[in-house]
Design a protein around this ligand. Structure first.
Ligand code: NIG
Ligand code: FE
Length: 415
């Protein structure tokens, strides 16, 4: 099957030329072309050029879409979410409005553990139903690839239930889904007086089982005061790595406790949050290819400081932006909204924000060879927006500008 997106008003390619990500000054140039066409064959982008150049090569059954009023971008790659969960936490939202902090609420028994309770009680079918609706909504807002973490089960049965739900959704839904094991999201109540026993359970039972069934591609740890130490994180991630799960890490969200250098030393695919990254953490990232995944929605939602995006980008560290969609610290999945916050609060330019939510997001999942940009040979995940130019996406915020969704070469219809 051929699909021609004809005469696109403005095409943001995020051209990588074979590089796994764009960093430093390269992030300022997302490869903009005007009035070009994109030919898709099957699920792959096969050619990009002026409309006239395709007149000969089109088959009789080709679909031609007039894209002359649209701006095209690669589908967003949301490289950090906790979007499989049951229950909700609007009560905490209301408490924060009155001045309570996320950490105070967590210390009082709310936070992650409140979602753990609801998620443990939900069946796999219920979790899938809730998540499937969210995936539809994410795709309607421009996201075509999403990473999903476990971590609201915190016991063997419930963590496996979450991972099975994520893997089944990956089979059944059009979204590209990457599963991450986050058994070390918080210490479950049953183990408060015996943390080592929980870490042993993670490393000796859960990780080997998950690896054997290939239920997760990545292993992640919430490295934070009152959660897991840098030393514990290193131990868990090393165990995962030995079993074939690539490391990711939540680090420096509320305090810097040495997580980032651990992630860098293990050559983690990404280190996420970094709101409080210190000089040692920043220096550690200069050496490798670990992507810094920043989560503007969390700082916005929790009224926390923002990660030092400018410093990271100017130092040449590859920066991605993700939503962290979860019921506690960011109940939002709109990537254009994340771009708006990145531009208004973190000093990123609209161009950098686009690179950070597409190609560099794919790099944070190790899949930028096939996803995250509009280049010949890549998978055809393309969004068409009803805006005059690409800057409107972050500039005109609070509305959904998506006009058409093309996922794996298929033009999707939404009710
Ligand atoms: O990335 N930091 C750990 N996990 C989430 C919060 C999850 C929750 O509050 O339920 C985060 O911010
Ligand atoms: Fe998170």
């Amino acid at each position: 099957m051929q699909l021609l997106l004809r005469n696109i008003r403005q095409l943001v390619t995020v051209r990588s030329d074979g590089k796994p990500f764009l960093a430093g000054k390269e992030m300022r140039d997302p490869g903009i072309l005007e009035r070009v066409s994109v030919l898709i064959e099957g699920d792959t982008i096969s050619a990009i050029g002026p409309a006239a150049s395709f007149d000969q090569s089109l088959g009789d059954d080709a679909t031609v879409l007039d894209a002359s009023t649209y701006v095209a971008l690669p589908g967003f790659v949301d490289s950090h979410t906790h979007m499989v969960f049951a229950g909700s936490r609007e009560n905490e939202f209301a408490m924060r409005a009155k001045g309570k902090t996320y950490r105070e609420i967590a210390a009082g028994g709310g936070g992650i553990l409140s979602t753990v309770k609801a998620t443990r009680s939900a069946s796999k079918k219920e979790l899938k139903k809730l998540a499937s609706k969210r995936l539809d909504a994410m795709m309607k807002h421009g996201t075509t690839t999403v990473e999903i973490k476990s971590g609201y089960g915190l016991d063997e049965e419930s963590e496996i239930k979450m991972l099975e739900a994520i893997n089944e959704l990956a089979e059944e839904h059009f979204m590209t889904i990457m599963p991450t094991f986050l058994g070390a999201h918080a210490l479950p109540p049953e183990f408060v007086h015996n943390r080592q026993a929980y870490i042993d359970l993670l490393c000796e039972r859960m990780l080997p089982y998950i690896a054997k069934r290939k239920l997760a591609r990545f292993c992640d740890v919430f490295c934070e005061e009152n959660y897991f130490t840098a030393q514990e994180a290193a131990h868990i991630l090393e165990k995962g790595l030995a079993l074939g799960l690539k490391p990711k890490l939540h680090a420096d969200e509320f305090k810097s406790i040495g997580g980032t250098p651990v992630a860098a030393a293990l050559q983690a695919v990404s280190v996420d949050h970094l709101e409080h990254v210190d000089e040692a953490g920043l220096q550690s990232l200069l050496k490798g290819n670990t992507v810094a995944v920043l989560l503007p929605g969390v700082s916005f939602f929790l009224r926390n400081p923002y990660a030092p995006a400018r410093r990271l980008i100017d130092a040449g560290i590859p920066v991605a932006i993700a939503s962290d969609f979860n019921p506690g610290s960011c109940m939002a999945f709109s990537m254009p909204l994340m771009m708006t916050i990145a531009c208004t609060q973190m000093g990123m330019t609209p161009e950098e924000a686009i690179v950070a939510t597409t190609l560099n997001g794919a790099a944070a999942l190790g899949v930028s060879d096939t996803l995250g940009s509009i280049e010949v040979g890549k998978q055809a995940d393309i969004m068409l927006y009803d805006v005059p130019n690409y800057r409107f996406l972050a500039y005109h915020f609070g509305v959904n500008h998506v006009a058409k969704v093309i996922k794996r070469g298929v033009l999707l219809e939404f009710p």
